[in-house]
Design a protein around this ligand. Structure first.
Ligand SMILES: Nc1nc2c(ncn2[C@@H]2O[C@H](COP(=O)(O)OP(=O)(O)OP(=O)(O)O)[C@@H](O)[C@H]2O)c(=O)[nH]1
Ligand SMILES: Nc1nc2c(ncn2[C@@H]2O[C@H](COP(=O)(O)OP(=O)(O)OP(=O)(O)O)[C@@H](O)[C@H]2O)c(=O)[nH]1
Ligand SMILES: [Mg+2]
Ligand SMILES: [Mg+2]
Lengths: 291, 278
């Protein structure tokens, strides 16, 4: 763990009053390594270690702590600042609330749409699912199977219709059947596919969703920064959902994405079943990243 | 950027950063750069252009200079198994491979052994239809081993050259699911003892260091014989494959570069090394 590594690095600095620049530089090498191993993007690691350095150099080492523990405390505080607190799913004052789900291919969007529908149902809301992925083979069927399992209506116009038309149809269905939420499942796409990003911009422009949630795979590596930056620049994301957190990926992508978008992680996916959606707990995430 | 002027310390630092941002991982990046430094002083390299050339050939050696061809059966049916974590691109890659082998004159059968995920069978059926190959399926929720077994049996009986089995995505941390995969393999071996002739691990190139653990666990469980690195049409470089090559020696056989049927290429280490170094 980082704590153990810092203890080892600081073995020779027993009983010093303040953290010197040399001590801190040594500690930051360990922090940098730990964060890179946890898949935090290099640019974010640099910004983070610079912030820690600023707070740590000359900092008093409390009587009750070792120098390593002092650094860890500063690292944790700085991480808490970065990761932020838990954030709620927003609801619109004008029904139905529209949630737009976006992200890279295979990140877990369709499954997460199902999970969100269940979450909303359990919270007393009445969701409609919109099958806006007209590209992937059997994507519409996949959402329909989930909708059937949840007894949530799925609106589709087949795969020859425009996603904007499908989304509008879903909203009309919600309005006419007194449902108060619409979840738009969109096709996975690359952030560098300009044409596909335009499709999302059009969807946003016409539907004015209350939330635009980026669904990102917890095992994403350095690319997390590029992905998040582009999606945020194009759409102004409102939140993040980190999937496949039931694996053993450290999840540093969470830090990267949060850092470049400023958006809160609202949920984490912890399994393939529709119940497997949890609220995001910052300290659990921090412990996981720091090992 | 790295090929102009003299060799300086900052060049090695820049190189390490490029490797890190390519998901090479800190241990491997530091190792490769320190090796290069030793090489540079031993060979008395003076200009960065020669240095980068030297580095590129080191990478190519590590990635596997000679392409390892697909391993077919000596005679009769060849069986290929697709494995990997959720969403990595298994089903899509299977569709691409079906088209690829068919274009090479092979008769291909597909086995829809993902009996768990919503519309997984439907998804594979679309690919089978698209590429004009047969697909063997059971009902959703049925035993994946049974589907694999029936696919191999039917393919052999009908004179197919290749049977390819799609499996459900599974995290390597789920022991029971890894056991299920072992069982699928065993069941096919009842029909053809040497099956599967290839077990392809499908890795998403946007994955970070976790890809190394995935490779380790899948290899231990079902003896992965080849890696297919998908989604290289994005901005991710897949640098973690260097650590995988170093520790596990698994050959990379294909790469996925898009969502269409023809978006599959034979792995080319030189091109991969070029792209890694940006
Ligand atoms: N273990 C685990 N698997 C998940 C989780 N979320 C999704 N999955 C699985 O990940 C795979 C991909 O999920 P999908 O919902 O199809 O992903 P998608 O983003 O809609 O994919 P595209 O539409 O092709 O971009 C499926 O096998 C899901 O069951 C999760 O939190 N944990
Ligand atoms: N851009 C791009 N997308 C890809 C590539 N390979 C697969 N995909 C996409 O990735 C998503 C997931 O692909 P699948 O084939 O469903 O993945 P899978 O591993 O079978 O997923 P599960 O069975 O749910 O575990 C789909 O949207 C595919 O179109 C690739 O090389 N490039
Ligand atoms: Mg989907
Ligand atoms: Mg699949």
């Amino acid at each position: 763990t980082l704590t153990e590594r810092l203890q080892a690095a600081f073995k020779k600095l027993r009983g010093k009053g303040k953290l010197s620049e040399a001590d801190v530089t040594e500690a930051l090498r360990e922090v940098r390594m730990a964060l890179l191993e946890a898949d935090v993007s290099l640019k974010v690691v640099k910004e983070f270690t610079a912030a820690v350095k600023e707070k740590a150099v000359g900092a008093e080492v409390l009587e009750s702590l070792t120098p390593a523990q002092s650094v860890i405390r500063i690292v944790r505080d700085e991480m808490n600042l970065l990761v932020g607190g838990p954030a709620k799913l927003q609801k619109s004052s004008k029904s139905p609330t529209i949630y737009m789900i976006v992200g890279l291919q295979g990140s877990g969007k369709t499954t997460t749409c199902g999970k969100l529908a269940l979450f909303l149902k359990d919270s007393g809301e009445e969701p409609v699912l919109a099958a806006c992925d007209i590209y992937r083979p059997a994507a519409i069927k996949q959402l329909q199977v989930l909708g059937k399992e949840l007894e949530v209506p799925v609106f589709s116009l087949g795969d020859k219709s425009d996603p904007v038309q499908i989304a509008k149809g879903a909203v009309q269905l919600a309005e006419s059947s007194k449902k108060n939420a619409v979840i738009l499942d969109t096709a996975g796409r690359l952030h560098i596919d300009a044409q596909m990003m335009v499709e999302l911009k059009q969807l946003k422009a016409v539907l004015a969703p209350t939330e635009i949630l980026l669904v990102a795979d917890a095992m994403t590596g350095q690319d997390a920064v590029k992905i998040a930056e582009q999606f945020h620049q194009d759409l102004a994301l409102t939140g993040i959902i980190l999937t496949k957190m039931d694996g053993d990926a450290r999840g540093g992508a969470a830090l990267s994405i949060r850092s470049v978008t400023g958006c809160p992680v609202k949920f984490v996916g912890v399994g393939e079943k529709l119940k497997a959606l949890e609220l995001f707990y910052p300290d659990r995430m921090i412990s996981r990243i720091l090992g | 950027l790295l090929r102009k002027g003299d060799i300086t310390d900052s060049l090695f630092e820049n190189l390490e950063e490029i490797l890190l941002e390519a998901d090479t991982g800190i241990q491997t990046a530091e190792f490769l750069v320190s090796q290069l430094k030793k090489d540079a002083s031993e060979k008395r390299l003076k200009d960065s252009w020669k240095l980068m050339d030297c580095f590129k050939s080191q990478l190519i050696k590590l990635l596997g200079e000679t392409p390892v061809p697909v391993h077919f059966a000596e005679k009769g049916l060849s069986v290929f198994l697709m494995v990997g974590v959720n969403g990595s691109g298994k089903t899509t890659t299977l569709g691409k491979l079906a088209a690829y082998f068919k274009a090479h004159g092979k008769k291909v059968f597909l086995g829809a052994a993902d009996t768990f995920r919503a519309a997984a069978i439907d998804q594979l059926e679309v690919w089978a239809h698209r590429t004009g190959v047969e697909v063997i399926k059971h009902r959703e929720g049925s035993d994946p081993g049974a589907v694999a077994y029936d696919t191999v049996k039917a393919a052999a009986a009908r004179g197919a050259d290749i049977a390819m089995i799609d499996t459900a995505g599974r995290l390597h941390t789920k022991t029971n699911l890894m056991e299920e995969l072992k069982k699928i393999r065993k069941v096919m071996q009842k029909e053809i003892p040497e099956a599967p002739h290839e077990t392809f691990l499908i890795l998403d190139s946007t994955t970070g260091q976790n890809a190394l653990m995935q490779s380790k666990i899948f290899k231990e469980a079902v003896d992965v014989t080849g890696i297919i690195l998908t989604k290289l049409d994005g901005t991710a470089k897949g640098g973690v494959i260097l650590a995988i090559r170093q520790e596990l020696k698994i050959p990379i056989k294909f790469i996925g570069i898009g969502e269409k049927t023809d978006a599959l290429q034979i792995f080319d280490p030189a091109r991969f090394a070029e792209s890694l170094l940006g």
